[in-house]
Design a binder for this molecule. Structure first.
Ligand SMILES: Nc1nc2c(ncn2[C@@H]2O[C@H](COP(=O)(O)OP(=O)(O)OP(=O)(O)O)[C@@H](O)[C@H]2O)c(=O)[nH]1
Ligand SMILES: [Mg+2]
Length: 286
């Protein structure tokens, strides 16, 4: 059997998590149109005929701004220490530039094969794809380059086959039914955060964290933390409309995940400067 770990690296928002989900044929990580959606390392397990591919979804590469983003970048650095290959994700929607070259320096010096996933090709016409492939190919000594669309599924099977090819002989690291290394509480918290991200803008998404206080048979109690009173007003919404919508959107996915109906109780709370609170960040698994 072939098995191993592939780190998924790239700038924020290039579609790393969407790509992990497409490769895993199901939802492993949450996604959003805001950068810094992924805050922690998440292993997505892909099982197939004679292989187990573990995709390590990571936060986007960034210059740290505060203790939270410092921890996120440390997570990325540490994740590179023990992988069999890297999937370096670029977005054809954006110019391939200095940020990508900075990441390229890191990933091409790791001494493991680097596969470039040139994502979001659904947004481009043929000629432009060729130009972007040419630019991407100059980033370093890559093992393979795959133009893909995580959204439409274009090129995903070929990319998965390529990654599986690179795996060494090894055991299954996860039982076959396990999709990710998150606990049910963490998965539920992430699903709630995804809906809150989709419904907020500007600085608010970055200030939200979610903790599941109680995961019962029927009742789930979770808190949405923000940093200021005005952020709280935004997340609560007029007459509770925003937090209610978060719950309405999250509940079906949570029920699908857990396999039974739940009553979801959400509360919005202010926790000043939580992104600077090392102990709390630790507790949040960041
Ligand atoms: N058109 C198009 N959009 C995509 C594709 N893949 C991802 N997206 C969109 O790009 C945005 C970012 O996707 P994510 O998967 O959250 O990106 P990420 O790289 O994981 O972002 P961070 O976790 O913040 O670093 C979302 O709005 C996705 O729907 C694609 O192939 N085509
Ligand atoms: Mg992500």
């Amino acid at each position: 059997m072939k098995s191993g770990f592939v780190a998924v690296a790239g700038r924020p928002n290039v579609g790393k998590s969407t790509l992990v989900n497409a490769l895993a044929r199901g939802k492993v990580a949450i996604t959003s149109d805001k950068p810094q959606t992924t805050r922690r390392r998440i292993a997505g397990v892909v099982n197939g005929e004679g292989y187990q591919l573990v995709l390590v979804d990571l936060p986007g590469f960034q210059r740290p701004l505060d203790p939270m983003t410092e921890r996120m970048q440390r997570t990325v650095d540490r994740a590179f220490e023990d992988v069999d290959a890297v999937l370096f994700v670029l977005s054809t929607r954006d110019r391939i530039g200095a940020g990508d070259r900075f990441i390229a320096e890191r990933v091409f010096s790791l001494g493991v094969p680097v596969v470039i996933g040139l994502n979001k090709v659904d947004r481009l016409k043929g000629g432009h794809i060729a130009t972007q492939m040419d630019t991407a190919s100059k980033l370093g000594d890559f093992h393979a380059l795959h133009p893909v669309s995580a959204k439409t599924g274009d090129g995903i099977d070929a990319l998965r086959d390529e990654l599986v090819e690179l795996l060494p002989e090894g055991p299954a690291y996860f039982p076959p039914e396990q999709r990710s290394d998150l606990s049910p509480e963490e998965e539920v918290a992430e699903l709630i955060r995804e809906k809150a991200l989709a419904l907020t803008r500007e600085e608010v998404p970055h200030a939200i964290s979610v903790e599941v206080e109680e995961l019962g048979e029927k009742v789930i109690i979770a808190s949405l933390y923000v940093e200021t009173e005005s952020q709280k007003q935004i997340v609560v919404g007029k007459g509770g409309s925003v937090v209610k919508e978060v719950g309405t959107r999250a509940r079906p996915e949570i029920e699908h995940l857990l396999g039974h109906p739940v009553f979801l109780q959400l509360q919005v709370k202010v926790r000043p400067s939580w992104r600077r609170d090392e102990r709390l960040l630790e507790r949040l698994g960041l």
